[in-house]
Design a protein around this ligand. Sequence first.
Ligand code: HMG
Ligand code: MG
Length: 298
Amino acid sequence: MLPTHVQLVDVGPRDGLQNEAQPVAAAHKIELVHRLQAAGLKQIEVTSFVSPKWVPQMGDNTEVMAGIQRQPGVRYSVLTPNMKGFEGALAAQADEVVIFAAASEAFSQRNINCSIAESIERFRPVAQAARQHGLRVRAAVSCALGCPYEGDIAIDKVVDVARRLQGIGSHHIGIADTIGVGTAGRVSQVMEATLKHVPLAELSGHFHDTYGQALTNIHACLQLGIHTFDASIAGLGGCPYAKGATGNVATEDVVYLLHGLGIHTGLDLDALVDAGAYISGVLGRPPASRVAKALLAK
Ligand code: HMG
Ligand code: MG
């Protein structure tokens, strides 16, 4: 049976915009967050506290966090690769930190310049400090369905990384198809294997739409009862270290699917389409969301 309610985490301001080559002003990022919360989003991944040399687009992290008029009940998350990032997150009063380990050694090296094992050791004090300060810890396992450098990734490897992230104190584990190569059967296998160790309420899916499989993959997860997903407004994104990867699945498209299935999201699709049109206008291109294109053409 499918879940009756689904919680979406909009990662557009962070995972979406981090990849933009053109500068995006902090004021536009702040306005995007305001529009997302007005559309009903309760979890927004706002920015990252990573090295600005590695990801210059997120260099305005403090300014963006400070500029948001926060709404009660909304969780504002930031990505943190190490303790320096955590200190930034804490000073910016983030509600949640996102730590991220790859299921592929090669991707780990390219993305954060260290091995998987080293990355877990770097995240251990981050998770510990976050818990001490009352912040939530969400963890992502990237390249869980395939790696741009290593190709196929063994399911055992994904489960192993998920368990290690769980072991250092993560409240939540996200399985991420960073380059969007997964298909439904494999996604079900990866999720079923992970669910042997991670409770249903603590597991989510993060899908990119490179091969047009993201919605089908989400449907496969729904059939397993998974009820939390990341999505990105207007399908923003890609990955700086995963060439050719398209954006994350568009929030508007996921909401259309969920509402069509009678699943409650608490989100207003028209307001989401407006938010997606807004940021796409800033970027000077149409939204990647199919639903947004259809509704805006009406
Ligand atoms: P490094 O060069 O090995 O680190 O990078 P380092 O410790 O030697 O530091 C180098 C410089 O960076 C130093 O400055 C540090 O102070 C500074 P310098 O002395 O040269 O002037 N630095 C920092 N500055 C600000 N904030 C920090 C920070 N840490 C160090 N937190 C490092 C290692 C992890 C820092 C780097 O590789 C990095 O920032 N990587 C981030 C890459 C990234 O953000 N990738 C995208 C996110 S992952 C993703 O998108 C996938 C996911 O979304 C899932 C999916 O989409 O499927 C999660
Ligand atoms: Mg992503």
